[in-house]
Design a protein around this ligand. Sequence first.
Ligand code: AKG
Ligand code: FE2
Length: 262
Amino acid sequence: MTPELAIEKREQMLRDGFCVVEDVLTDEFLQELHDESERLIASHTEPAEMVYQGQHVNVHAADNMYIKRLLEWQPSRDALEQLGFGDFAASGGIIILTKEAGGPPLYWHQDWMRWNDPLSCTPWPQTIFLNYYLSDTSRDNGCLKVIPGTHLKRIDLHNQLVPAHEQGARFIEEDHPIMFCNHPDQVDICAKAGSLVMADARLLHAAHNNLTDTRRTLILAWHSRPNTIPEYWDKEIPEIIANRDENGSYPGSRIPGELLQP
Ligand SMILES: O=C(O)CCC(=O)C(=O)O
Ligand SMILES: [Fe+2]
C-alpha cells in the first residue's frame, strides 16, 4: 500500500466508518484458515438463536496456532500501522461467523457497547472489527452491508432498531420489516477472499442472506486502542473528549442515546 492509499483508507474509516485492504492473506494461509474453521465448525453445535449470525464459534489465540498466527499476521499489522492504527490491539480471540447455505440475513445493528461514555463521540475509531472473509463475498452469498457515516451520526433507523444480539435481535422473526430492511443509503461490501474488511464498532451494518448452496465463513477479530488522542489526529479535539474523566463511571450500553446526534 502506498502512503497516499493508506491515508485515503484512514480518511474513509473516519468519514464512512469502514474500509477494505486487499490481498492481506496469502492463498496458502487462507486455505489453512478455511480447513481449520471447517474443523472447528464440525465439532460445534449452533444454538438456534444464533441463526442470523450463523455458526458462532469463539476461539482464543492461546488455544489455537492458526488463530494466534492470524492475530499476529504481519501484513495485517503493517496495514494497521500504515493507516495510523498501529496502536490497535487484538482482544486475544476471534469469532467464526457464517452464513450457512441458504441461510437468513443478519439484522441491522452496531456493536459499540459504551454509549454512556463520552468516548462514543471520538471522531476517530476506538474499537474496530477486522473481518476476514474466507471466500469471495457478493450479494448472492450474503456479503456485509453498511450505512456509511452512521458511526458518527444518528439516522432514522437508529430509533427503530431492536438492540443487537443477546440484547434482543437474536429473538426476532425472520421477516422483521425494519431489522432486515433494505435502506436507501446502504452499501454492499463485496470482498475478495483474503482481503481485510475493517469497520468502526459504532457503524450500522448487516449482512444479506445466502442464496447459494455453499457456506460463507467469516473470521471476525475485535481490536481496540488506548483512550488517548491518536498521533495522526491534527484537527480540533471535541470538548466532550477533552473533558472526559478517564476514571468516570459509564455503565455499559449498546443502545445509542443522546451521545449520538442526527
Ligand atoms: O456476517 C457478517 O458479515 C457480519 C457479522 C457481524 O457483524 C456480527 O455478527 O456482529
Ligand atoms: Fe456486527
